[in-house]
Design a protein around this ligand. Structure first.
Ligand SMILES: C[S@@+](CC[C@H](N)C(=O)[O-])C[C@H]1O[C@@H](n2cnc3c(N)ncnc32)[C@H](O)[C@@H]1O
Length: 464
């Protein structure tokens, strides 16, 4: 039994990476999850939580670095919630992500003996994100070196959050996972916002005007959309600002304004106004082009999405005559990507604008064999009398409702492909299906380099 105590400073040998991204050490059999540590490190750490079965600690000093450590390229990496694994070699990130998918299947789903292939690398390990949301605040979070400088004030920031802290925002001037061309654009917008005379939003007071700056990038066309998210509309300020942004950056083809009075930190407005240029941008996956509005769901790593969808296609093994059901179809990207290989694809999706985009994407790509049903999966599936040969399932992080799983088992397609961005809920959902389906293989696909997140694709075949 370990006698470590909260607030105690201890030296730890970190031996593994835990689910959720932290290092894992053991003290007299007790699992200690260590923030900012890498397997192979010896660290001096402070215990911040002590429970019966585990403890949590924060690294104070790396005494002896792991051979897998690298120096992060980003100066905010140690403090920013965006990239928690920049200090870990990319090949090792893939290694631990692969292990974590296997461990989730085994420990959460009780699924043993499934072949989990090594994670496929993202085509780009930096500059891969096509969408970034920077939060505006009236009181920025200071870096340790800034705290020591009496001239630095806790004034406004436009940036990213400290991990797990809704009200702590770092003023980010360069983010290495977004395209390089976004850096001068963000700086220009920051100067415009600061010069506007309108107040930044207070994340605790919920007063103020400027809430978020969202940048979307099209890899295919190398153009940007700027979405200025505010608490109120103000055409007098926003319209001329949008023109100045587009004059300075001709690659910005769309500037929109989302207005939200909700207190939740979500950059989606109840109203949207077009300020300048087009209302949407386009990007391509494979030979298809997709329209992306400010609030559309679109995979955030475009080049990675092509790899992901190619894996879905490989596991679906379509020969041309199949009826396919695509659950959680978003803006129709998977159905359209697979359209040439199937006879008919039906997508089901809860977000009205996504279904509208999916239908438009079919029209614009000349795709005639896909249709989409709007509604909540658990309400739509029971009334559906289609008999699918193949089902593609790509649920949100929370996974599937148990009633949905039950209905899938009644529909009993011969083959299924399950796509997930959350190994824990994937393991839970697959466990409910493994009585009737054999889980043939799982392929993790890295869509989120330098974070501990991983996408995974599972191939299932009906047992009878
Ligand atoms: C992970 S995304 C997948 C989107 C799409 N397959 C893609 O690759 O772009 C999950 C989708 O499920 C939708 N969704 C979430 N809950 C749902 C529900 N209860 N019923 C139907 N769709 C839902 C979301 O709106 C989102 O578009």
């Amino acid at each position: 039994m370990s006698d470590i105590r909260k607030k105690q400073e201890i030296e730890l040998d970190v031996t593994d990476m835990a689910f959720g991204g932290r290092g894992l050490a053991r003290v007299d059999g007790l699992a200690v999850f260590v923030d900012d540590a890498v397997a192979g490190d010896r660290v001096r750490a402070r215990v911040v939580k002590k429970k019966k079965r585990h403890a949590e600690a924060k690294t104070l000093e790396v005494l002896s670095p792991s051979a897998d450590r690298v120096i992060p390229v980003c100066s905010y990496a140690a403090h920013c919630g965006g990239c928690k694994w920049q200090h870990l070699q990319y090949e090792k990130q893939l290694h631990y992500k692969t292990l974590q998918v296997g461990e989730a299947l085994e420990h959460i789903g009780g699924i043993k003996g499934v072949s989990v292939l090594p994670a496929l690398a993202s085509p780009r390990s930096f500059h891969y994100r096509n969408k970034m949301e920077f939060t505006c605040t009236d009181s920025r979070w200071l870096l340790p070196e800034e705290l020591a400088n009496p001239d630095v004030k806790k004034d406004a920031a436009i940036g990213l959050h400290v991990p797990g802290a809704f009200d702590r925002v770092l003023d980010i001037h360069k983010c290495h996972i977004q395209p390089e061309r976004a850096t001068p654009l963000l700086d220009f917008i920051r100067r415009e916002i600061l010069a506007s005379g309108l107040p930044m939003y207070g994340l605790r007071s919920h007063e103020g005007f400027w809430r978020f700056v969202m940048l979307r990038h099209s890899l295919a066309d190398d153009v940007f959309m700027v979405n200025l998210v505010t608490k109120d509309p103000d055409a007098d300020v926003l319209l001329p600002m949008a023109e100045r942004i587009r004059q300075a950056f001709p690659e910005v083809v769309s500037v929109v304004n989302n207005v939200t009075r909700r207190k939740a930190g979500v950059a989606i407005g109840e109203e949207e106004f077009l300020l300048s240029g087009e209302p949407a941008i386009y990007d391509a996956i494979g030979s298809f082009r997709f329209k992306i509005s400010a609030n559309s769901f679109f995979q955030t790593n475009t080049a990675g999405a092509e790899k992901l969808y190619a894996q879905v296609a490989a596991y679906a093994e379509l020969r041309g005559g199949e009826k396919v059901l695509d659950l959680y179809s978003g803006t129709g990207t998977i159905p359209i990507f697979l359209s040439k290989a199937a006879s008919e694809i039906i997508g089901i999706e809860i977000v009205e604008s996504a279904v509208a985009d999916a239908r438009m994407n079919c029209l614009e790509n000349g795709v005639e064999n896909c249709r989409f049903i709007l509604g909540d999966m658990k309400d739509v599936l029971p009334g559906l009398d289609a008999k699918p040969d193949v089902m593609i399932i790509d649920p949100p992080r929370a996974g599937m409702h148990p009633d949905v799983v039950k209905r899938i088992l009644e529909l009993a397609p011969e083959r299924m492909v399950y796509v997930s961005c959350n190994p824990a809920t994937m393991a839970r959902d697959l466990a409910m299906m493994q009585g009737a389906y054999e889980i043939l293989e799982v392929q993790p696909v890295d869509m989120f380099p330098h974070t501990f997140h991983i996408e995974a694709v599972a191939k299932l075949r009906r047992k009878l």
